[in-house]
Design a protein. Structure first.
Ligand SMILES: NC(=O)c1ccc[n+]([C@@H]2O[C@H](COP(=O)([O-])OP(=O)(O)OC[C@H]3O[C@@H](n4cnc5c(N)ncnc54)[C@H](OP(=O)(O)O)[C@@H]3O)[C@@H](O)[C@H]2O)c1
Length: 328
């Protein structure tokens, strides 16, 4: 079968190809899916770069999320059937004609949703639902990198759960338009004026929840901007730079909590939390409560270009690749 393959770590697409790999076989508690649509994510870029903890070995087949029909059930799998339309958080291997995944990370696709729309849910909307679990109605949130795929999803999910002020930051003003379209109350460029702008909008109190995918680069600023008893959640390291120690001394002064979030970690240790949030997000999309905008790609050959666009910070929305139905 065909799959997107990273042959070795690379800063660009020079070691990316579409090639043949063995069709995976479902083991106990697993299913295989004939993939009809799969999402492209920034995490593919981190795996391609060779950031620790992403590619499990080389060559590596990336792909965090895929939708299609169940091809086969491994021993001990209940509640799913061959041919059923499903979507899954795949952790890896989703950018392929067939993917193998633990059954606990698979959700049926609600009636009326296309494979393309469903494939955009596990890595972005599901992540957004989980990252915003601790936010109370009326609470304020600040999201860094608000113009990316996940950044846009976070604004939509925050709005759906009746957050108060929803602020986004971007590294460059060219990424403001996407964030504004997603519904942020204000989109701020991360420059010298950021602190004053956030404090002005929160009457000097700061923000209840800060979601930061920039490693620890902005942790000092986050601690300045978080409200007393607020939370800072670190959930990415876009540049791949070494992570600094958390300045614990400052936590006493700010009365803030700093935590971390990883879908991969949850998939390994508490997959039911992902499955629950994934179903919640799919149902909300099916009811029209959460809009999904997809930037379509036709066939696996187009994936390397989209991954490079994300690496260059010139991605356009949420890329989803469509695959033809398999003959066998
Ligand atoms: N913890 C988890 O389980 C989880 C799950 C999904 C995604 N994530 C993380 O969430 C982030 C967004 O993912 P996505 O799929 O939405 O990606 P995306 O659409 O490509 O957006 C990524 C954003 O990160 C910033 N960026 C891109 N390249 C960068 C670089 N080299 N250095 C610093 N900043 C850079 C850009 O925003 P600005 O320059 O405007 O800041 C860009 O808009 C990624 O860091 C990803 O790893 C984490």
């Amino acid at each position: 079968m065909h799959a997107v393959i990273f042959d070795q770590p690379a800063a660009d697409g020079s070691a990316t190809r579409v090639g043949d790999v063995e069709v995976p076989v479902a083991g106990p508690g697993e299913v295989t899916i004939d993939v009809r649509a799969a999402g492209v994510n920034f995490i593919d870029v981190m795996a391609r770069r060779g950031d620790p903890g992403y590619a499990t070995g080389w060559p590596f087949v990336p792909g965090l999320e895929a939708a299609g029909t169940i091809r086969a059930l491994g021993p001990g799998v209940d509640g799913l059937a061959v041919g059923m339309p499903v979507v899954a958080f795949t952790t890896a291997g989703g950018l392929a004609e067939v993917v193998k995944v633990p059954a606990g990370l698979v959700s049926p696709i609600p009636a009326g949703l296309t494979f393309e729309t469903a494939a955009a849910v596990p890595g972005t909307l599901t992540t957004a639902v989980l990252l915003l679990r601790s936010l109370r109605p009326g609470g304020s949130v600040l999201v860094h990198s608000a113009g990316g795929g996940l950044g846009q999803a976070l604004a939509r999910v925050a709005r759906r759960q009746e957050a108060g002020l929803i602020l986004g930051t971007v590294g460059h003003s060219s990424r403001s338009a996407g964030a504004e379209r997603a519904g942020y109350d204000a989109v701020l460029v991360r420059d010298d004026g950021l602190s004053a702008a956030v404090l002005r909008r929160t009457d000097g109190r700061g923000v209840d929840l800060i979601l930061d995918s920039q490693g620890t680069k902005w942790i000092d600023k986050d601690l300045e901007l978080v409200a007393p008893t607020g939370r800072i959640m670190l959930y990415g390291n876009a540049s791949g730079a070494a992570l600094d120690a958390i300045p614990t001394g400052r936590l006493f002064a700010t009365n803030a909590m700093v935590g971390a979030f990883s879908m991969r970690g949850l998939a390994a240790r508490a997959p039911w939390l992902i499955a629950e949030a994934q179903s919640e997000a799919l149902d909300a999309v099916a009811r029209g409560e959460l809009p999904v905008e997809v930037t379509p790609l036709e066939g696996l050959q187009q994936v390397a270009g989209a991954q490079q666009a994300l690496a260059d910070g010139r991605g356009e929305g949420k890329y989803v690749v469509t695959l033809p139905s398999r003959a066998d």
